[in-house]
Design a binder for this molecule. Structure first.
Ligand SMILES: NC(=O)c1ccc[n+]([C@@H]2O[C@H](COP(=O)([O-])OP(=O)(O)OC[C@H]3O[C@@H](n4cnc5c(N)ncnc54)[C@H](OP(=O)(O)O)[C@@H]3O)[C@@H](O)[C@H]2O)c1
Length: 244
C-alpha cells in the first residue's frame, strides 16, 4: 500500500467506464477513491482491483442529493487525502418524451450530471491551484450533437459538461492544471438499463456497443497527455440511430 501517495478520485468508479478507468489508474500505481451509491458494487470493484498494489478508499454517496458533493469533499479532507486527479464520471440518463418523463428524476439527474460535477470541480480545483498541478477528466457524451429526442435533459446535461470543460480548461491551463472531456459513444454498460433505454433498436445488438475498457483507455490516455477532448467508441451509424 502507498497511502502517502496522492489519489485519483473517480465518481461512479464501481461499474462500466468508471471501473475500467479505475483499473487503468491502479495499473499505473495510482491510489484510488471510488464513489458510488451501492456499497455492494463498490466492494465488488475493490475485489477486482486487489491484484494491484494500491490503496483503494470507498465512499458510498448519492449525488442525486443536493449537498452530497460537499460531503464527499469534506470526507476526503477529514481523511487528509490529497486528490491529484479528479474524474467526474458518475452520470445517468432518462429515456422518453419530455412531456411524459418524471420531473423529480430529471432534477435528480441534473444534480448528478451537472451540480455535483461543478461542486467537486470547484472544491478540488482550489487545492490543485495551490499546488499548481492537477488533472480533471469530465465524462460528457457524443450525444451532444445533434441533440437526441427522448433524451432532452440528458443530452443537455452532457452539452453543459462539454462546454464547462472547455471553458475551464482555458482558464486554468497556465496554472498547471489540465481539464479533459471524454465523449463516449454508446458503450456496453448498465447505463441503458438505468435510463430505461434498453428497447431502442440499435441497442438490442450489444456487439454494436463500444467496449467500456476501450472507451476508458481513450479517456485515460487523453487525460494523461493533457488533451482537451477525446471521442471514443462510436460509429457514424450509431450517431444516426441515436439521433432518431
Ligand atoms: N454507456 C454509454 O453509452 C455512455 C455514453 C456516453 C456517456 N456516458 C457517460 O459515462 C458515464 C459512466 O456511465 P456508464 O456508462 O459507465 O454507466 P454505469 O455502468 O451505469 O456506471 C455508472 C456509475 O455511476 C454510479 N452512479 C450512478 N448514479 C449515481 C448517483 N446518483 N450517485 C453516485 N453515483 C452514481 C454507479 O454506481 P451506483 O449505481 O452504485 O451509484 C456506477 O458506478 C456517465 O456519466 C454516462 O452519462 C455513457
Amino acid at each position: 500500500m502507498h497511502a502517502n501517495n496522492p489519489y485519483a478520485l473517480i465518481t461512479g468508479g464501481s461499474s462500466g467506464i468508471g471501473l475500467e478507468l479505475a483499473r487503468l489508474f491502479a495499473m499505473d500505481g495510482h491510489n484510488l477513491i471510488l464513489v458510488a451509491r451501492n456499497s455492494g458494487g463498490l466492494r465488488k470493484a475493490v475485489a477486482e482491483l486487489k491484484e494491484f498494489d494500491v490503496d483503494v478508499i470507498l465512499m458510498s454517496a448519492d449525488f442525486f442529493g443536493e449537498g452530497t458533493a460537499f460531503n464527499v469533499f469534506a470526507e476526503v479532507k477529514r481523511l487528509s487525502l490529497q486528490v491529484d486527479i479528479l474524474v467526474n464520471n458518475a452520470g445517468q440518463g432518462q429515456y422518453g418524451f419530455f412531456k411524459d418523463t418524471d420531473i423529480n428524476r430529471e432534477l435528480a439527474i441534473i444534480n448528478l450530471n451537472i451540480s455535483s460535477l461543478v461542486v467537486l470541480t470547484k472544491l478540488f480545483l482550489k487545492d490543485m491551484l495551490i499546488r499548481r498541478s492537477g488533472k480533471i477528466l469530465n465524462i460528457a457524451g457524443m450525444v451532444n450533437e445533434p441533440p437526441a429526442p427522448c433524451q432532452a435533459i440528458y443530452c443537455a446535461t452532457k452539452a453543459f459538461v462539454e462546454s464547462f470543460t472547455q471553458a475551464l480548461r482555458k482558464e486554468v491551463t497556465e496554472d498547471g492544471i489540465t481539464v479533459t472531456a471524454l465523449l463516449p459513444g454508446p458503450t456496453n454498460t448498465d447505463f441503458f438499463n438505468k435510463a430505461g433505454i434498453e428497447n431502442v433498436h440499435h441497442l438490442q445488438s450489444k456487439e454494436l456497443l463500444a467496449d467500456p475498457a476501450i472507451v476508458a483507455r481513450c479517456g485515460y490516455d487523453a487525460l494523461m497527455r493533457g488533451e482537451g477532448k477525446v471521442l471514443a467508441g462510436c460509429t457514424t451509424e450509431m450517431i444516426a440511430d441515436i439521433s432518431l
